[in-house]
Each structure stands twice: as C-alpha cells, then as structure tokens.
Design a protein around this ligand. Structure first.
Ligand SMILES: *Cc1c(COP(=O)(O)O)cnc(C)c1O
Length: 400
C-alpha cells in the first residue's frame, strides 16, 4: 500500500473516532520518527508520553523478543516469572507495597475506584462511595474514569455516569474541603495535570489534601499515568512533592510502548479492600507486557534517565523562556521536568501550531486551555532541545 492507500484504507475500515494527522509513520530510531516517504521528525510527544526510552532501544527490544519466544500469555490463574520480576521492580521503584497490573491507564483508574469503594465498604463506620475529583483533570475514557474526568464536554453525551462525583478546583484546597462529605471514599488528583493543560500541583495543596484524607480516612489517589515513570525527574512525581498517596496509578511509559498499566496500593489499603473475586483481568500483567515493564524500569535506572531529566530541565526551561520572549502568541510556560506546556494566545489554536510543527518535522501535542504540550522521550539531549525550540519559535512567529 502506498501512503494515500494506507490513509484511505484506515478511514474506510476504522470507526472514525480520531481526527488523525495526515502523516503515516513507518519506523522510529532514538528520538526520530520516519514517515513512509522517509521524512524525519524529531519527536517531542513520545506517543503521548509512552516512548520514554525512545524508539528502537536494542536492549528493550531484545528483552521482549526473548519473552515472545518463551511465553506471552497464561491468564492470571497461574504464576509466571515475569510477573514476579515486574511487580518487584515496580513496587521498588514506586515506593508502594502491592501492584495490580492492567492493560491501560483507564483500567488502572477503574481499579483504584473499586479499591477505594471496597475500602469504604469494609469500614463499619463508613459506607461512603463518593469521589472528589479535580476540574480540568483527565483520567480516561471508560465510564468510571470518565465520571471523574473534569472536562464537561467529554462527559456530557454519556450521562448518567457514576454517581456521587464532586469536582473541586485544582490547587484550591478550600474547594476540596467543601466537596468532601461523609459519603466520600477517595480524592483523585494528577500531581501534574497533563491533558487538562500541563499544570503542576502546588506542594501546599497536596500536603493539605493529604492531611484531610488522613483525618477522615479517605483514600488519596494520585494518577501518575502521564507524569510518572521518571518524566518529572523523580521516578514518580509524588516523591518530588514529599506527599505519598494511598493508591498510585501508572501506565503510559510503564511498558516502554507495550500496553500495560497498574494501580499500586499501600499495605494498609491492600489489607482492607479488594480480595479474591473482587477484581480481575484476562490479559492484565501478561508475561510479555511484564517483561516490558521489567526492561523499562531496568533501563531507566541503567541509563540514568531521571538524571538526564534533572540536568536538562533548567536548560529546557531557559529555552521555553526564549519562546515566550520571542513569540507574541506564546504567553507563558509551565510544567515539571520533561512535561512542559506553552500557553498560547487564544487568537491562535494550539492545535494549528501542532499541525504546522509536524509539517516542519517536529512532533508535539496540544492540551486543554490552548496549551502546546511537550512530552519528549527522556533520552533527549541539548541538541534535540535546540532543534525543537527553533522550530517552535519559527512556527509561532509565522502563524498569523
Ligand atoms: C492517558 C491518561 C489516562 C488514560 O490512559 P489510557 O491508557 O488512555 O486509558 C488516565 N490518566 C492520565 C493522567 C492520563 O494521562
């Protein structure tokens, strides 16, 4: 099939639920993607924060190839070595006590909601099942995850959703306090909001929410599906804040590109919530995806990727200052580590800048609030940053 045939065949046969860009990617190498015409693209999107190790990492590929030849599915009725290894590595790197593997981020959110409800159900003093979530949050597209997603337009066509969800304002503790009631079993927060506009939480906000949760025995859920796995310069963003959740959600970069997520809990939660029969998945934590988790955690440590994030973040932020200084439509920037957003003046759509960057050979993303979102692989260097910023400045200054 030639490039146009690939596009046409996809559109003829796939349910039109995505407005895809007019590009057909064929292969990747490091931080570079190639389309079917051989054109190069510098990737500052990582497949939405997934390809943290970059493309075609040989050690990663070898690890999953080895597993393919051994075993890639058994179901959760049996033990297998890669589940043991992946869960041990993940508990170790995340600082949590027990892991449950899922196939996606949304499923990790679903598992967390069920865990919190069961925890509340088990307490004789408290049968609450309500959840407090944040405005502008994003937690996924399944019905439970959508119910706690703070973008009205995503939820609107699908009511009735899950009952008893209250939205509070991100970084505004008083609104959280007001939203919490005797019915509340959990508060769910992204320590750095991704989809909603790349907005980091204030430390003071998270500290106060933690104190409130402890006082009322409400579970605090951190959705680190996007900001976790090294992206903010810590293995998980909560570590940088010094505020530990009761339930931690991870996915996106977790499997180095293979589809796997997890929800992780503390021992206290594990002992007082889900028990055999309460939850399950056919594929979740299969040998192949677990080998991918083990390999991506090992390679993150071996290649010192959080060190790379921490050492290059000041430079990246300096260059983002430059974008704001040189481009009238770039109003400000915000973010943490390699999760950065540039706020774009409303007279130009961030989505149009994304399109123009793509034409110039740079892959970037947009986010809510008219933000240009950068989620580069964690392996980028200074040169990559210079190239990306040059393209962004040139596109921003030529889009009127
Ligand atoms: C992407 C994302 C999800 C949903 O993950 P899927 O794998 O697409 O289901 C949930 N929460 C956050 C913060 C995300 O960025």
């Amino acid at each position: 099939m030639n490039t146009q045939q690939i596009i046409d065949t996809t559109e003829d046969n796939c349910f039109h639920v995505y407005n895809r860009f007019d590009v057909v990617f064929d292969k990747g190498e490091g931080v570079t993607l190639y389309d079917t015409d051989g054109k190069e693209y510098l990737d500052f999107a990582s497949g939405i924060g997934v390809m943290a190790l970059g493309y075609n990492n040989k050690e990663f590929n070898d690890a999953i190839k080895t597993q393919v030849d051994k075993l890639y599915h058994t179901s959760n009725l049996y033990y297998h070595p890669s589940l043991a290894e992946a869960s041990k590595a993940l508990c170790n790197v995340s600082g949590m006590d027990k892991a449950f593997f899922t196939n996606s981020g949304a499923e990790a959110v679903e598992g967390a909601i069920k865990t919190a409800k069961k925890y509340a159900f088990n307490k004789s003093s408290h049968n609450g099942y309500g959840i407090v979530a944040m405005e502008n949050s994003f937690h996924g597209r399944t019905v439970g995850a959508l119910s706690v997603t703070g973008t009205e337009s995503y939820r609107n066509p699908f009511y009735p959703l899950m009952d008893k969800v209250e939205f509070a304002k991100f970084n505004d503790f008083e609104t959280v306090e007001n939203a919490v009631s005797s019915d509340t079993c959990a508060i769910i927060i992204e320590p750095v909001q991704g989809e909603g506009g790349v907005t980091p939480a204030d430390k003071d906000f998270l500290v106060k929410v933690r104190e409130l949760s402890d006082k009322l025995d409400i579970l605090l859920i951190f959705d680190e599906i996007q900001c976790g796995m090294g992206r903010t310069g810590n293995a998980y963003a909560y570590m940088g804040y010094g505020v530990k959740p009761d339930i931690l959600l991870t996915a996106k970069a977790l499997g180095g590109g293979l589809p796997i997520g997890a929800f992780l809990v503390t021992d206290k939660v594990a002992k007082n919530s889900l028990t055999p029969g309460d939850h399950g998945t056919t594929y979740g934590g299969n040998p192949l995806c677990c080998a991918a988790v083990k390999a991506s955690i090992d390679l993150m440590a071996k290649n010192k990727l959080t060190d790379n994030v921490n050492s290059l973040t000041p430079y990246l932020e300096e260059k983002l200052d430059e974008v704001v200084n040189k481009c009238d439509i770039a109003l400000s920037h915000r973010g943490k580590g390699f999760m950065q957003g540039i706020v774009i003046d409303n007279k130009v759509k961030a989505g149009d800048i994304v399109k123009k960057c793509l034409a110039e050979g740079l892959v970037v993303l947009s986010a809510g609030g008219n933000v240009l979102r950068l989620l580069p692989p964690l392996v980028i260097n200074k040169d990559d940053i210079d190239k990306a910023i040059d393209i962004i400045i040139s596109v921003c200054n030529n889009c009127n």
